[in-house]
Design a protein around this ligand. Structure first.
Ligand SMILES: [Zn+2]
Length: 75
């Protein structure tokens, strides 16, 4: 599972809608990727503050910033 997939699946993960296999791969990725751990933490904070999930899974601006960060991290 890639960082991009994590950003796409994070709301389903938070809401417990992933299949067992997906959840396993999701958590495995989190275990190896601190960027996605930070991303998930940020997502949970947003949910706690607003009381609901953001309307879009990931706002395009946030996704662009995340992907840029991931690329920088891999270099
Ligand atoms: Zn990642």
């Amino acid at each position: 599972m890639s960082c991009k997939e994590i950003t796409e699946l994070v709301t389903d993960y938070v809401e417990g809608r992933l299949s067992l296999g997906q959840r396993f791969r999701f958590q495995f990725h989190l275990g190896t990727c601190r960027h996605c751990r930070a991303f998930l933490r940020q997502m949970r904070t947003t949910i706690r503050l607003t009381g609901r999930l953001p309307d879009a899974a990931v706002p395009p601006s946030v996704e662009a910033e995340l992907l840029a960060r991931f690329r920088a991290f891999r270099r």
